[in-house]
Design a protein around this ligand. Structure first.
Ligand code: I3P
Length: 124
């Protein structure tokens, strides 16, 4: 139907719980605080919600954070955390996020999907 509203981007990866720590905001370092977030990947954004239900109902303000993927960078890191399977996303506005899952296959699936969407939403 027409007039789908603000959130018409199709999620390319079904939501899933992922550990997230925002370590800097617009270039300013933040205290690391790992939080289990319900994470949804669209073609050009990574969305973090506190709970799965909030993603389903799309309540205004229910998103905890929106990570724009255009111009972002992604890389695995073993230096920024003592945890395993950690990768970092750096946005084009200088915000940095660490994402982590205990399962390597889960972490790798998110890494690959996010990287693909960064590539397709970023003009060469
Ligand atoms: C941090 C907390 C994080 C840890 C971080 C600590 O302490 O233990 O889990 O990151 O290590 O500083 P606090 O809760 O007192 O802020 P990892 O779990 O990713 O290792 P770091 O300072 O070496 O990043």
């Amino acid at each position: 139907p027409a007039g789908g509203g603000a959130d018409v981007c199709e999620p390319l990866l079904t939501g899933e719980h992922v550990n997230v720590a925002k370590i800097s905001e617009s270039g300013k370092k933040q205290r690391k605080n790992w939080t289990l977030m319900w994470s949804v990947l669209t073609s050009d954004q990574l969305l973090f919600y506190k709970e799965m239900q909030q993603a389903a109902t799309q309540k205004t303000g229910s998103k905890v954070d929106v990570v724009p993927l255009c111009g972002a960078m992604i890389e695995w890191t073993t230096e920024k955390s003592s945890r395993k399977n950690v990768f970092q996303i750096t946005t084009n506005t200088g915000s940095e996020y660490l994402l982590q899952a205990d399962s390597y296959s889960t972490a790798a699936k998110w890494y690959d999907s996010i990287r693909a969407n960064i590539d397709s939403s970023t003009k060469a």
